[in-house]
Write a protein that binds this ligand. Structure first.
Ligand SMILES: Cc1cc2nc3c(=O)[nH]c(=O)nc-3n(C[C@H](O)[C@H](O)[C@H](O)COP(=O)(O)OP(=O)(O)OC[C@H]3O[C@@H](n4cnc5c(N)ncnc54)[C@H](O)[C@@H]3O)c2cc1C
Length: 477
């Protein structure tokens, strides 16, 4: 399908610059897919706004033409979120990349939605401050808010919802709204800010964010703890958190993942189940945390504890951790990534990890286990060939099983990646009774159903377009 001349003209007028309304193959292809196994689908047109006013004008045009709109940040989400399965407009916010203010006195920064995490880190570092949500990928703050992203430091600082104080957003039709405030807290009415965070571009387009900053810790030390089995590593992770340490990161990597990282990055980490832990703060607190971690490691018969104090070595270790997704992908050439994202109560983590490992082995699959273990969050890095129906069906079955297991343990189908296309059925399994309420909210915000259709909630049956296949039989092929 191609964009009609009337829609193209109206969009060019909305942004005041025809060169920011693109229909060329490279633009459409770049906005058709993510890095996962979900099948690509092109938008009809890509629009690059620079201001909130331009976003409002685009959404007014979209409402008039009933054109679907899929907001696009860095495209690093992992559940088919940015794939415009209904075609229409891919609204690329990456050129809205201005840091509007950094206020050390208020411990806040206000940014346009397209600012990346690393750009903000550079700007705040000059003030001895940092923004603590780090999903590993260099995502945009708008995309991170829209997915309620988390990351390696969530164990200490929380997810996006805990770290966004206010936002400006454009509602379908073009109305500009602000929610939240610059105050450290508020109890003013229904939490619409919390609703927009995690709404995955299905309710509104976020254009500006006011974010909570933290002071850079005085000291930071990383610990690499090796274990004989992955369950012991998981138990140690939760004990470290339960012990009341102030650790900022507690990451679990299984032996397969460590071997993949070594092959990909040329590191020589011992290829055994490993916890990477970071203790940060004042010197005395850090020393006390290191002592506690040694004690927990000894109780779980750890093979080795290496304390990494040198900042360069520490950065190298965390860079290796953040490369784990790419290392896993490189170990499975020709396949596409499919990452599970279950999250369970801390007391259930070791059992959930054990269950996942046993299921992978029973099926003879190749997959690594990585987890933000301090948060009870486990990722299984599966690699599948989307054109192999048997392999896809087998991975569907495994993902189903892991979700069912997590729910039975009192957990959730997704700790951080969100629903997108891939977990629509899992959301129904987890919150089926609430889905009608969610659909009511969607209709209130988006009466024409044009905001990122088919994500979070199943498409209404009346929709005629064919969507790519998601997991758990989410959508029709
Ligand atoms: C290697 C790797 C590691 C990762 N690790 C983590 C992790 O540890 N934790 C984690 O939470 N995630 C992780 N992710 C997933 C990803 O980084 C997050 O989902 C991220 O928050 C998405 O940001 P983005 O800018 O790429 O958004 P996109 O992928 O472009 O968009 C994500 C969703 O938000 C919507 N959206 C984007 N911008 C806006 C906006 N301004 N307004 C409204 N809606 C918008 C889109 O329509 C889409 O539905 C990882 C990804 C990779 C590739």
């Amino acid at each position: 399908m191609s964009v009609s001349p009337a829609l193209a003209d109206a969009l060019a007028q909305a942004v005041g610059d025809p060169s920011r309304v693109a229909t060329g193959d490279s633009h459409l292809d770049l906005h058709a897919s993510d890095i996962t196994f979900h099948r690509p689908h092109r938008p009809d047109v890509v629009v690059y706004p620079l201001t909130t006013g331009e976003v409002a004008a685009v959404l007014a045009v979209a409402a008039e033409f009933r054109a679907p709109v899929t907001p696009f940040g860095a495209g690093s989400s992992l559940e088919g979120h940015v794939i415009p399965i209904a075609g229409g407009i891919s609204l690329d916010l990456t050129r809205m990349d201005r840091i509007l203010s950094v206020s050390p006195a208020d411990l806040t920064a206000t940014v346009q939605a397209g600012v990346t995490r690393s750009a903000l880190e550079r700007a705040t570092g000059d003030h001895g401050l940092f923004f603590p949500v780090d999903p590993g990928a260099d995502a945009t703050l708008g995309g991170m808010a829209a997915t309620n992203a988390a990351g390696t430091t969530t164990v200490r600082y929380g997810k996006m919802r805990a770290n966004v104080l206010a936002c400006q957003a454009v509602l379908p039709g073009g109305r500009i709204v602000r929610t939240g405030s610059s105050a450290p807290k508020t109890s003013a009415g229904y939490d619409l800010l919390g609703l927009l965070i995690g709404s995955e571009g299905t309710l509104a387009v976020i254009t500006e964010l006011t974010l909570r900053l933290q002071g850079l810790p005085e000291h930071a030390v990383a610990l690499r703890v090796s274990f004989g089995d992955v369950e012991a590593a998981a138990r140690a992770a939760t004990t470290i958190v339960a012990a009341g340490t102030g650790v900022t990161r507690v990451e679990l990597l299984d032996a397969w993942t460590i071997a993949a990282i070594n092959a990909h990055r040329g590191t020589d980490l011992p290829p055994v189940p490993t916890l990477l832990v970071e203790a940060a703060g004042g010197e005395t607190a850090v020393a006390s945390d290191i002592e506690s971690i040694h004690e927990v490691a000894a109780a779980e018969a750890a093979i080795d504890v290496v304390v990494v104090r040198d900042p360069t070595e520490r950065a190298r270790l965390w860079a290796a951790r953040h490369a784990s997704a790419y290392a896993s992908a490189a170990a499975a050439p020709g396949k596409r990534s499919r990452s599970t994202d279950i999250c369970v109560p801390l007391s259930e983590l070791a059992a959930a990890v054990s269950f996942a490992r046993a299921e992978v082995e029973r099926r003879g699959l190749v997959a690594g286990i990585v987890g933000h273990a301090g948060d009870g969050n486990v990722h299984l890095s599966l690699h599948v060939d989307p054109d192999d129906p048997d392999e896809l069906a087998s991975s569907d079955e495994l993902v189903d099983l892991l979700v069912t297991d997590a729910l039975a343990r009192g957990g959730t189908c997704t700790g951080e990646h969100g629903i997108g296309l891939g977990k629509v059925a899992a959301l129904e399994l987890e919150h089926g009774d609430l889905v009608p309420l969610m659909r009511g909210i969607k209709t209130l915000f988006d009466p024409h159903g044009i905001m990122n259709p088919g994500k979070v909630l199943r498409l209404p049956e009346s929709d005629t377009f064919v969507s790519p296949r998601g997991s758990l039989g989410t959508t029709t092929a």
